[in-house]
Design a protein around this ligand. Sequence first.
Ligand code: SF4
Length: 341
Amino acid sequence: MAIDGAKFKAVNTRDRNFTKGKVKRRREQIEESVARYLHQLDSADRQEPSLARTTKTARLTDKITMLREEMGRLEEREALMLATEDQQISLTDPDARSMATSGRGSGMVGYNVQSAVDTKHHLIVAHEVTNVGTDRAQLAHIAKRTMAALQVDKLDVVADRGYFSSDEILDCHKANITVSLPKPQTSNNRLKGKFVKADFRYVKEDDAYICPAGERLVYHFKNQENGKTFHRYWTNVCQHCAIKDQCTTDKQRRITRWEHEDILDEVQRRLDEQPEKMRMRRETVEHPFGTIKCWMGYTHFQMKKLKNVGTEMALHVLAYNLKRVINIMGIRPLTAAMMAA
Ligand code: SF4
């Protein structure tokens, strides 16, 4: 199963969605415009002949009044927005949320549709409409829904790096779900020519890491952070290391290992052994999402509110799956199978 999330537009336009960032930017624009018009008023008073001055002054005064009225409306919306749990309001569809997309400046107000698509036939096995902008906390939930839909007790899923969350991967592991997904690169050290954690090899039998200089970093202690247990490893020979400049500016390089990191190592090993899985994932999920978006047209959803949008999406998914099965089996065998069921 390939798991992915796709952003679909709500009926709510970007102008009718307010977040802290958008309010701040709009306030700055209004203040800049008011300052510019006030400056022009000042110049008109000094330079223009009297008739032209009166006309220009009236025009500029109108503009300033309109901007001050807009500022008043913006402040009312800001107060409403700050009173909500996620500090965001959408005026047309209250459940729609601002969603970042991969294209620069192409964010939209909409919904994030999670789906699991089978890699062989490209059928949508499970889906769910959410208004959560990121995929990070979605993996285990949609994978478990997929298992329930298929009535199986184990599942193999592939997802993109946006889903990488150690808690979600652990949750999947406990539910007998095998996950393949790449780890996001969060450190810039590799680009700076420095060693990253992946350059340190973990030796399970010894519970130790081997560093790029061939030294053993042994276990020293464990501690808790945000409810998780981490083990710490280091060696005392770093001060004499010839390649320390590439490694650390501290007295010694310390490596941190989560108590369940074996599971993350397994995920990476699977990906290293089958790198084609990521290509297969992309090709699989592009098919249904591309088709459904094409059917929906430029505006995507027609309905408002999560529950109604969920129904709208379910109808699209049903139509997609039906057309897909007709293409795979042919209409007569499908009808016969349905009659026999
Ligand atoms: S600085 Fe320490 S951990 Fe880093 S390569 Fe040298 S010996 Fe290994």
